[in-house]
Design a protein around this ligand. Structure first.
Ligand code: AMP
Ligand code: MG
Length: 318
């Protein structure tokens, strides 16, 4: 059985193709990164423009035709409404044209599903850190639950905001990581409340210090040390409460080496296994939607057309 997945919740539009053994057959994507940050309507226009070309690319990479597709999966939410609408419309059209089932996928669970497939983690605490999301998630009592999450903006968004306000371009992650290598430690706001955390205070603080003439390398280094430590602290607490012994990291921020180092040290100290989703599939992509859709389909969760409306605020724990 072959599932085609369509992703497009935010910057990235992607088409992925996978079979029911978890073999990735094709993958094509295009990201929209305007220098001044994302505008939902512009991103949606980008998605609409690239959709058919990416569909053709993914099919040709997979050496399959549209007639070989058994399931049409799409990211139904959460995400930016104009972007989700493009995805849903494209998915409905394909499903109707091919006469194949339509499956709506939760974008966050798709990140988890593909990471579990590729790392072979069994029952991990997941730290999902991307441009739009920062959550600590685990499976408990028959469903995914959110153990901790940001109280304001996502870690990736915080990094990008810091970079943008200091004229370092977009996306900020790789630039901040490079600058951090040359920096020294300064004490910054550190906000963990229970198992939740917050990043807007630390962003305001580093931007203020930058304007007052602080060295950008020191700010980059100290920002990483504080923000990542907040995430690691809450993750450790989730491991401890749930008595799970695997931690899995995914999302674009998982590309950061220092971040990986800090989590692996924490895991080592408490005897937990550490898994990182391969970077190629840690950011938004169509393959994860295809795979999550395959699993939902097998559980009888295909949608009727009238159930295929977008779900911009769809939570993992819904
Ligand atoms: P995603 O939303 O999963 O596509 O991830 C995009 C986010 O990852 C953006 O906010 C980037 O700034 C961030 N990112 C990418 N590379 C790095 C890095 N090396 N360190 C920290 N953040 C990063
Ligand atoms: Mg994502």
């Amino acid at each position: 059985m072959i599932s085609l997945g369509i992703e497009g919740t935010a910057h990235t539009f992607g088409i992925g193709i996978i079979d029911d053994k978890g073999r990735i057959l094709g993958d094509a994507k295009s990201s929209f990164f305007p220098p001044k940050g994302i505008h939902p309507r512009e991103a949606a226009e980008h998605h609409a423009e690239v959709a058919t070309k990416l569909l053709t690319d993914a099919l040709s990479k997979a050496h399959v035709g549209l007639e070989d597709i058994d399931i049409v999966s799409f990211s139904q939410g959460p995400g930016l409404p104009p972007c989700l609408r493009v995805v849903a419309t494209f998915a409905r059209a394909l499903s109707l044209k091919l006469g194949k089932p339509l499956v709506g996928v939760n974008h966050c669970i798709a990140h988890i599903d593909i990471a579990k497939l590729l790392t072979k983690a069994k029952d991990p605490i997941i730290l999902y850190v991307s441009g739009g999301n920062s959550q600590i998630i685990g499976f408990a009592g028959g469903k995914y639950r959110v153990f901790g999450e940001t109280l304001d903006i996502a870690i990736g968004n915080a990094i990008d905001k810091f970079a943008r306000e200091c004229d370092l371009g977009f996306p900020g992650g790789p630039v901040i990581e490079k600058l951090a290598k040359e920096g020294k430690y300064i004490e910054l706001p550190y906000t963990v409340k229970g198992m939740d955390f917050s990043f807007s205070g630390i962003v305001t603080d580093v931007v203020r210090r930058h304007k007052a003439g602080a060295k950008i390398e020191d700010l980059a280094f100290s920002f990483q040390e504080h923000a990542f430590a907040m995430l690691v602290e809450a993750t450790e607490r989730a491991l401890s409460h749930t008595e799970k012994d695997e931690a899995l990291v995914t999302g674009g921020v998982a590309a950061n080496k220092r971040f990986n180092e800090m989590i692996s040290i924490m895991c080592k100290e408490r005897g937990a296994k550490y898994f990182a989703c391969p970077m190629e599939y840690a950011g938004d992509n169509g393959v994860m939607i295809a795979w999550s859709g395959m699993m939902r389909y097998k559980k009888g969760m295909a949608l009727k057309l009238e159930e295929s409306g977008i779900r911009p605020k769809w939570r993992v724990d819904d």
